[in-house]
Design a protein. Sequence first.
Length: 421
Amino acid sequence: MVHLVGARTAGGFLARNTFLWGVAGAGHQIEGGNVASDIWLMEHTQPTAFREPSGDAADSYHRFEEDIALTASLGFNAYRLSIEWSRIEPERGLISTAALIYYRRVLEAVARAGLQANVTFNHFTVPRWFAAGGGFERREGVEPFVAFCRTATEHLGDIFDLASTFNEPNLVALLQWGPQAARIRALFATQQAAAAQASGAPDWRSPVLGSFRVQQPIMVEAHNRAYEAVKKASGGRIEVGVTLAMNDERSAPGESAYERKLSELYLPWFAAQGDYIGVQNYTYAVVGPDADLPPDEGVELTQMNYPFAPEALAGAVRLTASRCRKPIYVTENGVATEDDTRRVAFIDGAIAGLRACIEDGIDVRGYFHWSLLDNWEWFHGYGPKFGLVSWDPKTFARTPKPSAVHLGQIAKADLQRRAKA
Ligand code: BGC
């Protein structure tokens, strides 16, 4: 087993030049009981945009040891997780030492299992008090987020080497281009209003439902400042990036808003501070004159209603490399399906495409599959199954699917080959 002894020395684990083969998850989607967050509140408003509440989720809050050990036993060498701001700072300025100790225990378990942690400071959820104050639709939102990243790094930064500030800060923008944009806009406005009423905070703004035009410049600033804060608090050691929701963007024949879409969704983030770009890809989009075109009749759709497209990962990686010189980690890629044989096929297609990118000289440093566990898929609740591992809703007992073993073997074989090389 790889042990992280020495990993805290100059350059850390990443300096070994090891490819990271990992699984990804996010606190709110797997931990359960994230009650001080904006999204928990919105799951319980009338009306709500969420199909069902997250509740106990996969109870990873208590079962993290088991999930981490399982990840290592399958053959992976990395684990992506988010630390929940609303647990660490449940009220503005009130830092929970117990929550920091909890995440220290989680990160220590990751290190003990021989895994490299990839820490996301913000995976969509924010504390209620932050949303109540207008979230990232106000410049005043920058400082509390930067302070949180600084505090978390001061307490935990000695036990991880890789981090991202935001998970998919461009997601709201991406959704605006899709065929469902008008419906989504209306749904989000209704949900923000319901949350404002339920919280008694008329300025309530949840970033995940936010106005991208107002929010994006403020989030870029928050990211840039958080980048500096984490670098400084870690003596420059932690590699910090941002992860982006990225389609394999394809231009429709004839008139296409392709370039405008890139300049809205991706270019500001490629140009921002960062040691790497996290590519998160699930499908492709065909960009028409002013929006994405609906998928062609007859194409296979996943449970998320977008095309099953393992080849799209290579498209998103190549798009990133063509517009940005930073190294790339694939921080999410996966498929929602009840049919695990389709997940195996998806993995094979996606990895083949990724290998071709690497052979062509693109600097790809890791692949994190979404997700280790079936989990709470935001608006869709527990419907879509993205996990390599299922769990029993009554006992929470974990059962790896054949796809978990399959991807684990791919990871193991590649790591062995690299170790010999
Ligand atoms: C998010 C995850 C989500 C996944 C699958 C990404 O947008 O980062 O939280 O579960 O895609 O939809």
